[in-house]
Write a protein that binds this ligand. Structure first.
Ligand SMILES: Cc1cc2nc3c(=O)[nH]c(=O)nc-3n(C[C@H](O)[C@H](O)[C@H](O)COP(=O)(O)O)c2cc1C
Length: 174
């Protein structure tokens, strides 16, 4: 994979995250890693002029949350459309219950205190800089609260400082 400057990236963040989805992955060679599919998140700037950040939202029940909480880094992997079935599987089965990464044939690559998948076409390596659980008192639209949190199992949001961007080909470049 080739490392590029985040400013050279070209894509639609709405369709990239919302439609193509991404894999949130964390771990280390000693403990192994876990991954989950995510279609909620944001990319942008925060707390600095040259400070690219990603925000992801992880529900407390996700096994991946334990890995993200333990590690200083997490990665976001965008996969080719041909991996959609595997992403559906990684987003419906828990790594607590089976070795789901082995089932998909994805190859973890450990580097820079982070882990991503060799088959990814775009990788954002993020250093955690903030985390917080969503608060009931913050919801201004009661429908969003009731539709998403009938059990009040609020997502934790993680802000990651994007430290490295890796691409497989020119697809995401200007
Ligand atoms: C398309 C799709 C998008 C998802 N987006 C999120 C998300 O943004 N946040 C979240 O907490 N769970 C999300 N999930 C659910 C997790 O991926 C799913 O619960 C997964 O099995 C968790 O695996 P784990 O227990 O091994 O971490 C999504 C699932 C799918 C299929």
């Amino acid at each position: 994979m080739k490392e590029i400057d985040y400013k050279d990236l070209r894509f639609n963040p709405f369709t990239l995250i919302g439609d193509e989805w991404m894999l949130i992955t964390a771990g280390n060679p000693q403990t192994g890693c876990n991954t989950m599919t995510a279609s909620w998140g944001h990319l942008g700037s925060l707390w600095g002029h040259d400070d690219p950040t990603a925000v992801v939202y992880i529900r407390p029940s996700r096994y991946t949350k334990q890995f993200v909480d333990r590690e200083d880094h997490f990665t976001l992997c965008v996969m080719d459309a041909s991996f959609k079935p595997q992403m559906g599987y990684l987003g419906s089965v828990s790594g607590r219950d089976e070795d789901k990464i082995a089932q998909t044939g994805l190859t973890p690559v450990y580097t820079d205190n982070a882990v991503y998948f060799a088959q990814a076409k775009l990788v954002l390596i993020c250093r955690k800089v903030y985390h917080a659980e969503l608060q009931e008192s913050g919801f201004l639209d009661p429908a969003i609260l009731e539709n998403n949190y009938p059990h009040r199992d609020f997502h934790t949001l993680y802000v990651g400082r994007i430290e490295k961007v890796l691409v497989r080909d020119e697809e995401y470049l200007k």
